[in-house]
Design a protein around this ligand. Structure first.
Ligand code: HEC
Ligand code: HEC
Length: 314
């Protein structure tokens, strides 16, 4: 309750809460029929339905009334112990933020020793450890699968992390950097410099690089344009540039697709593809485990292999 703009609202809320409970108590007191001795015969209202269904006027049962009063007392007791009365913190000084902190500390205490075991292992060793594999997989499913797919094979604009060429590389240190800092692959929009027809010619040349069906004449026209504009990032041979994140255009792996229309779209409108940095959501220990899991996928590491036993025996 520290977010009131001034002291008045604290008192205002406290007044409304206490007045509410007082009103409830007054209400039950005003209906104090239940205190009187019960007559042997129940009073009738005189309403009759279906010939013989008579409406009675029973007093409220005593147990119900007792519970009503107990609830009011419980409410008052609660307000003494816990925050609820305006700015009053309650005599236990409880806050939910503090409870979360305690829970986190308890979790850290449980989890720290588990991660400590991997602190001195390198990524390939972690990848071969079956416990690390399970943790890494869970981290991946919770934090990465929404974009890269639960099988890590990606989809349009989200790279496949398992098979084929990768944009930035899959060496352990590259994976750690990618996951920790994120990546932003940008192909500039070249629509101002290149007309749609030329872009189509370049797209034909790009298709020829990976052996897809292409128009010979347009490809010949497109090649010099490619060399002028695209080779700086994608390389003269179209093999890409891992440092820039420019994909290899000679393989059959496509972030967006290989049709002329899609390639032309990339050229004219550009692309801005962002992998969010994970250092705010995951600890560095968690990043190592998930990186090892991803690394193991592309390397086909079998976690039940002998490496596991040797790593665990240490
Ligand atoms: C919001 C979507 C999103 C989430 C969540 C996400 N990624 Fe990515 N990731 C991307 C995109 C988009 C790219 C491509 C970036 C680019 O083109 O520069 C990428 C790229 C990558 C790459 C580089 C691929 C290559 O071919 O070099 C790796 C490795 C990777 N992500 C791993 C992960 C891991 C591990 C997690 C979870 C901790 C994760 N990503 C979470 C969207 C996401
Ligand atoms: C400034 C560097 C740069 C230039 C110049 C550039 N590209 Fe790119 N290109 C990139 C990057 C980076 C990406 C990856 C975008 C992403 O991660 O989504 C990309 C992506 C692409 C893709 C998508 C690949 C896929 O897998 O779907 C195609 C196709 C492409 N570029 C073709 C071209 C062509 C053709 C030109 C010249 C007209 C060109 N690029 C110029 C950097 C560049």
């Amino acid at each position: 309750m520290s977010d009131f703009v001034n002291g008045f609202w604290g008192y205002y809320v406290a007044f409304v809460v206490l007045a509410g409970i007082a009103w409830c108590l007054w209400l039950i007191f005003s209906q104090r029929e239940w205190l009187k001795p019960r007559p042997g015969k129940v009073e009738e209202t005189g309403h009759v339905w279906d010939g013989d269904l008579r409406e009675l006027n029973n007093p409220v049962p005593r147990w119900w009334t007792a519970m009503y009063i107990l609830m009011c007392l419980f409410g008052l007791g609660y307000l003494v112990l816990y925050p609820g009365l305006g700015a009053f913190q309650g005599s236990l000084a409880y806050t939910s933020a503090q409870e979360v902190k305690q829970d986190q500390a308890a979790l850290d205490a449980t989890v720290k020793p588990i991660y400590a075991r991997f602190a001195n292992m390198d990524i390939p060793q972690i990848a071969a450890d079956s416990e690390a594999h399970l943790i890494g997989e869970r981290l991946f499913l919770n934090n990465c699968a929404q974009c890269h797919g639960s099988d890590a094979k990606g989809s349009t604009s989200f790279p496949n992390l398992v098979e084929g060429d990768s944009i930035y590389g899959r060496q352990p240190e590259v994976l750690l950097a990618t996951i920790t800092q994120g990546r932003n692959g940008v192909i500039p929009a070249l629509g101002a410099a290149i007309d749609a027809r030329t872009a189509g010619d370049i797209a034909q040349y790009v298709r020829s690089l990976s052996g897809l069906a292409h128009d010979q004449i347009r490809t010949l026209r497109g090649k010099p344009e490619y060399m002028n504009t695209c080779a700086a990032c994608h390389g003269a041979e179209g093999k890409g540039n891992k440092a820039l994140g420019a994909p290899n255009l000679t393989d059959d792996i496509w972030l967006y697709g290989s049709s002329e229309a899609i390639i032309v779209h990339s050229i004219l409108n550009g692309r801005n593809n962002r992998m969010p940095a994970q250092d705010q959501t995951l600890s560095s220990e968690q990043i190592r485990l998930v990186a090892a899991w991803v690394w193991g996928l592309s390397k086909g590491v079998d976690v039940t292999s002998a490496t596991v036993t040797s790593a665990r025996a240490k």
